[in-house]
Design a protein around this ligand. Structure first.
Ligand code: GDP
Ligand code: MG
Length: 298
């Protein structure tokens, strides 16, 4: 049994965050962890890998798994994403299904509910984005979902960090006694290279329109740590020449804007000065190319 400095017995475990695209899973993870672990955009399918975020406190440690949204796979990349999502539900202490209460639940929501109902571990339903609806609208929802065998139903606003202290307390109730799996200062299981690539991808998604983001991927080609400067070369993969033109923008304007925004955030992440170079490369059908997907960790 592991104990903390005051002799308390520690609890620890793994908690999976699942739900439809855009329900707020990554926002929730970042707020719970208090650091940017997972990128967030208003566009669906932003999160491609299972990302771990770690919360360490006196009571113990919670390892959260952020997952790609539950959706019907159209590309091999998406098949892999769904497989990773289902894999993340095995050997888990708690599964939390996040639903966006500000949109009506359609067939997609049913699909997610059915999928989660087959899981044997304790199941929480998180009613997210309560900042967007009136309080009276929540009660009927809690009643309706309550019939679905959830162990806990917790209303939250991930964005406003509302209800998250309660959520952490409820989670600890369900965790077994256990060790600290990660050093307490570590908040992500991903190396800095991965977080760096994700930050570039986030800025690119935020700067472009609906269709393009899914056709792009970022590869870190060089990551040189100097004394007071980190030099980073990153490639932006797109599928067509027309997309390359969009990413570069008029007179290179978009690429420059993405580069500046990304560099600033990477400097915060690494706590040092950063020199960031971005190159756009056309790779036809990279989303169906297992070799490229492998190098991207997808
Ligand atoms: P994911 O696809 O489930 O990971 O969703 P994200 O975390 O990327 O969030 C999708 C969008 O919903 C972003 O624009 C977030 O800012 C927004 N969002 C997430 N949680 C909340 C919330 O509690 N309230 C509001 N109003 N917006 C939210
Ligand atoms: Mg996400």
């Amino acid at each position: 049994m592991s104990v903390n400095a005051d002799g308390w017995i520690l609890k620890s475990g793994f908690v999976s965050i699942v739900g439809r695209p855009n329900s707020g899973k990554s926002t929730l993870l970042n707020q719970l962890v208090g650091n940017k672990v997972s990128i967030v955009t208003p566009k669906a399918q932003t999160t491609r890998n299972v990302v771990r975020g770690i919360v360490s406190e006196e009571r113990g440690q919670i390892v959260f798994l952020d997952t790609p949204g539950i959706h019907k796979p159209l590309y091999r990349m998406n098949e892999r994403m769904m497989r990773m999502m289902l894999e993340s539900l095995r050997h888990i202490d708690v599964v939390m299904l996040v639903v966006d209460v500000s949109i009506p639940g359609g067939r997609g929501a049913e699909f997610a509910l059915d999928l989660v109902s087959r899981v044997t571990s304790p199941k929480f339903l998180l009613l997210n984005k309560i900042d967007k609806v009136r309080k009276q609208a929540l009660l009927p929802m809690i009643e309706r979902y309550g019939r679905r065998e959830f162990d806990e139903i917790v209303p939250i606003s991930a964005l406003k960090a509302d209800g998250l202290d309660e959520l952490r307390s409820v989670i600890f109730k369900y965790l077994p006694n256990g060790p600290m799996y990660y050093p307490p200062e570590q908040f992500s299981d991903r190396p800095e290279r991965f977080l760096t690539a994700e930050i570039v991808r986030e800025k690119l998604i935020l700067g472009t329109r609906e269709e393009l983001p899914h056709a792009t991927a970022i590869a870190i080609e060089r990551f040189e740590e100097g004394d007071r400067l980190v030099k980073i070369h990153a490639s932006i993969y797109v599928e067509r020449d027309s997309q390359k033109i969009i990413v570069i923008g008029k007179g290179g304007a978009l690429l420059k804007q993405v580069g500046i925004a990304a560099r600033e955030e990477i400097e915060t992440l690494l706590n040092t000065k950063v020199h960031l170079e971005l190159h756009v490369k056309v790779r036809r059908k990279w989303r169906d190319d297992d070799q490229i997907l492998e190098t991207l960790g997808l």
